[in-house]
Write a protein that binds this ligand. Sequence first.
Ligand code: NAD
Ligand code: UDP
Ligand code: UDP
Length: 338
Amino acid sequence: VLYEEHPEPLQRSNVAGKVPLGVKGKSLRILVTGGAGFVGSHLVDRLIGRGDSVIVVDNFFTGRKENLVHHFGNPRFELIRHDVVEPILLEVDQIYHLACPASPVHYKFNPTNVVGTLNMLGLAKRVGARFLLTSTSEVYGDPLQHPQVETYWGNVNPIGVRSCYDEGKRTAETLTMDYHRGLGIEVRIARIFNTYGPRMCIDDGRVVSNFVAQALRKEPLTVYGDGKQTRSFQYVSDLVEGLMRLMEGDHVGPFNLGNPGEFTMLELAEVVQETIDPNAKIEFRPNTEDDPHKRKPDISKAKQLLGWEPTVSLRKGLPLMVSDFRQRIFGEQKMGGA
Ligand code: NAD
Ligand code: UDP
Ligand code: UDP
C-alpha cells in the first residue's frame, strides 16, 4: 500500500465523524469515482475533513461541480473530468467506486457499471489499492424474502426496463469478487438501500426528491400505483459513515447499508406533508414496470461486523434536505431555470 506523507502537519480534526483516520492513522490518497454526485460529495467532505487527500473522477453526467466547489483551492483535493468507461492511470491507496448513472431516468444510457467497474478494478490491481464497490439493494430485484439478508440471491428480471441497472450492479459485484478471489485484490461491497439528503438530484425521478420538490413547488405529490409499495429511506450521513467503516474494516461483504424503517409511498407522502405543506395534494399515477413491491434491509451483519447502524430517522432527516432543495429550486427560478 502506498502512503503519502504530508510536508506540513495535517489538521486531523475528525470532528464530523466517529471513524478513525485511515489505515494505520496515516493520511491516505483516496480516489472517489462519482464524487461530484449526491453520495460521493458527502463522502468527499468526510474524507477531506479527516485529513486525507482526495481525487474525484467524474464525467458530470448527473453530478455537479457545485457539490464540491467548497474544496476548490484545497491542495489535498483534485477534480478530474473523466468517464470511467475509459482507462485512467492514477496512484492511490483506496478507491471508492460510486460512478454510475443511478436513477431510472439516467441509468439506461451507458455501460458504466460493467466497463467502468472493470477499469477501476484494473487500477486497484496495478497500484495495490483497496477497492469499494457501491452496489445496490436493486440486486435483490422484486424480493421474495423480506427483509432482505445478504445471503438472498434476489429475484431480478434480466430483460426488463430496470435490468441494465440491476444486472449491471450484479455483474459489477461478480467482477469485484473475481478480482478478489483470482488476483488477491482487497475489495469491499456495499449494497445501498434508498438514500436521501441535501444535494440529491432534484429532477431525476426518485420518490423522495420528487415529493419534496413537488411540495415546495405547490404541485401535487405523484404517488405511483396504489402507493402501498414500501421502501426504507436512509439519510446520507448514515450511509457515508457505513461506507467508511466498511472500507476501513476487515470484511469484504457484501453488506446491506440502509435504514430498516419501512414506509409505504403513501406514508412517505404524509411525512412530506407534515414537514413541508399539510395542504399538499396527492395525485395517483400508473406505476412503472417491474417496480419492487417492498424493500427493507436486514442490517444484522453490518451491526455485528462493522458496529454500524443508522441514527437519523426519516422524520429527522427530511427537514435537513428541505432547506437545500428550497434554495436550489427557488434560486434556479430566479436564474430563469427550474
Ligand atoms: P449520483 O447520480 O448523484 O452520483 C453518481 C455520480 O457518478 C455522478 O456524479 C455522475 O456524474 C457520476 N458518473 C456517472 N457515470 C459516470 C462515468 N461513466 N464516469 C465518471 N463519472 C460518472 O448518484 P448517487 O445517489 O450519489 O449514487 C452513488 C452510488 O451509490 C451509485 O453507484 C449508485 O448506484 C449507488 N446507490 C445509490 C443509492 C441512492 O439511493 N442514492 C442507492 C443504491 C445505490
Ligand atoms: N486499467 C485502468 N487503469 C489502470 C490499470 C488498468 O484504467 O491503472 C484498465 C485497463 O485499461 C483494463 C482494465 O482496467 O481495461 C482491466 O485491467 P486489467 O489489468 O485487470 O486487465 P487486462 O488489461 O489485463 O485485461
Ligand atoms: N414513486 C412514486 N412517486 C414518484 C416517484 C417514485 O410513488 O414520484 C415510487 C416508485 O414507483 C417506487 C418508489 O416510489 O415504488 C421508489 O422509487 P425510487 O425511484 O425513488 O426508488 P427505487 O424504485 O429505485 O427503489
